[in-house]
Ligand binder design. Structure first.
Ligand SMILES: [Ca+2]
Ligand SMILES: [Ca+2]
Length: 426
């Protein structure tokens, strides 16, 4: 036993020799890396020494941005370019691109942005006088002529513009004038030497030419006006009128402005739910849901209504069964998007109290964070929506009511609440 534990002198000498060899190898490798590192440092030192003494002097001078224009490019080192652009209505005179030369000077000429003289093409007709303006021109017309380029004889016209009060009948107007053209000829008549022009309702004399009636875009004109929006959902401009449209799943109300949800569950032709499923009407659609009783070991349930399961009597001494919920109910709700909160969504109460204590708790479910449970009186618990929910969304919550007598469980009652949130606020 002793000879096995203690190595011989020869063995020890061999081991020490091995360690020496290992150390020498490590030493050689270490020196090699040090030499490489020194070489790298020397190279770095040389390259720094070769750099020009003052780096900031090796750029071209900064260039001015032209008035009414833009300068693109900020790097001022040799070889880099700077580009120039002029605002609309201005033209560039000078170099569009300048390059920083090795001599630290710029190529080309500093550009300026000059107002384009729109009058050069003599745009004013019939003896009108042209005045150049930024990004355009204006004409002062000779007597008897009008229009932006003095192209039309001066008219005197009465314009018929649909006023705000007639807007509510706009949908009717659209049907009585089934015009597909966005413009039509105006009706003009000569009265004592002057011309009177008028348009059909929903049209107006266009700015340039009194002989043409242009459709009024009511959707644009009354968008978010003081009287509220023209349409609850979408406005569609039509020639001579407008109409409101609703998303799929909604119908336009008789007033032509609002959207009403279609109840797909009211007739079997409008939904595809099977006989085992319940049809739940939602805002903008419907849902087919299947109510299934819980599967708990040693406990069996019977469906006592389409949305309620009740536990069958428990076998004697089965604790699993007596702890299982006495009833599980299902409650489905449909709400619109961004419903104001806090808001009570559901109330649960004990019809008659047998024990001395009632407890209410939120067990779980998708969207649990949107809810909290509070008690409104001794026998009632409330499911409270704590924050507005942006649809489309489906939220689940499981509300539990427990009844106790001297801390002994008398019964558990669960309600599974499902809330379908519309994609819209209607
Ligand atoms: Ca229109
Ligand atoms: Ca619906």
């Amino acid at each position: 036993v002793f000879s096995q534990d203690c190595p011989s002198k020869q063995d020890l000498q061999n081991s020490i020799q091995q360690a020496h060899k290992l150390l020498s190898a490590q030493e050689a490798s270490y020196l090699q890396s040090l030499r490489t590192l020194r070489k790298k440092l020397n190279l770095l030192h040389d390259s720094v020494a070769r750099r020009p003494a003052k780096a900031q002097n090796s750029t071209c001078p900064d260039l001015d941005t032209p008035v009414n224009g833009k300068k693109l490019g900020k790097i001022l080192f040799p070889g880099h370019e700077v580009h120039f652009l002029c605002d609309e209505g201005f033209e560039l005179v000078g170099s569009e691109t300048r390059q920083c030369k090795d001599s630290l000077g710029w190529s080309g000429q500093q550009p300026v942005c000059r107002d384009i003289d729109e009058c050069l093409s003599s745009p004013c007709a019939n003896g009108g006088t042209c005045t150049d303006e930024v990004n355009g021109f204006s004409c002062v017309c000779a007597k008897g002529w009008a229009g932006p380029t003095c192209q039309s004889p001066t008219p005197t016209f009465f314009v018929t513009i649909a006023n705000t009060s007639s807007v509510s009948s706009g949908a009717a107007a659209a049907s009585s004038f089934p015009l597909t053209r966005a413009s039509s000829a105006s009706r003009c008549s000569q009265v004592q030497g002057t011309t009177h022009c008028s348009c059909e309702p929903g049209f107006t004399i266009s700015g340039h030419d009194s002989s043409v009636c242009t459709d009024i875009d009511e959707c644009k004109l009354f968008h978010d006006g003081p009287a509220g929006r023209l349409c609850l959902h979408a406005c569609v401009n039509t020639a001579g009128g407008y109409r409101c449209s609703c998303p799929a799943g909604y119908s336009v109300t008789p007033d032509g402005r609002n959207c009403k949800d279609i109840d797909e569950c009211s007739s079997s032709r409008q939904n595809n739910c099977t006989r085992e499923q319940l049809c739940i009407n939602t805002y903008g659609g419907f849902q087919c849901v299947r109510v299934e009783c819980p599967q708990i070991r040693n406990a069996t349930y019977a469906k006592t209504s389409p949305v309620r399961c009740e536990r069958n009597p428990c076998p004697v001494d089965s604790r699993t069964c007596s702890q299982a919920p006495n009833s599980v109910s299902f409650h489905y709700m449909s709400v619109v998007s961004k419903l104001s909160a806090p808001r009570v969504m559901f109330r649960m109460s004990a019809v008659r109290m047998i024990g001395d204590t009632l407890r209410f708790a939120l067990l779980g479910g998708r969207g649990r964070r949107h809810f909290t449970v509070q008690r409104s009186d001794r026998q009632t618990g409330e499911l409270l929506l704590t924050s507005p929910v942006q649809g489309p969304a489906t939220l689940d919550a499981e509300l539990e009511m427990t009844e106790l007598e001297r801390r002994e469980l008398l019964g558990r009652y669960i309600t599974k609440i499902t809330i379908f949130v519309s994609p819209y606020e209607f």
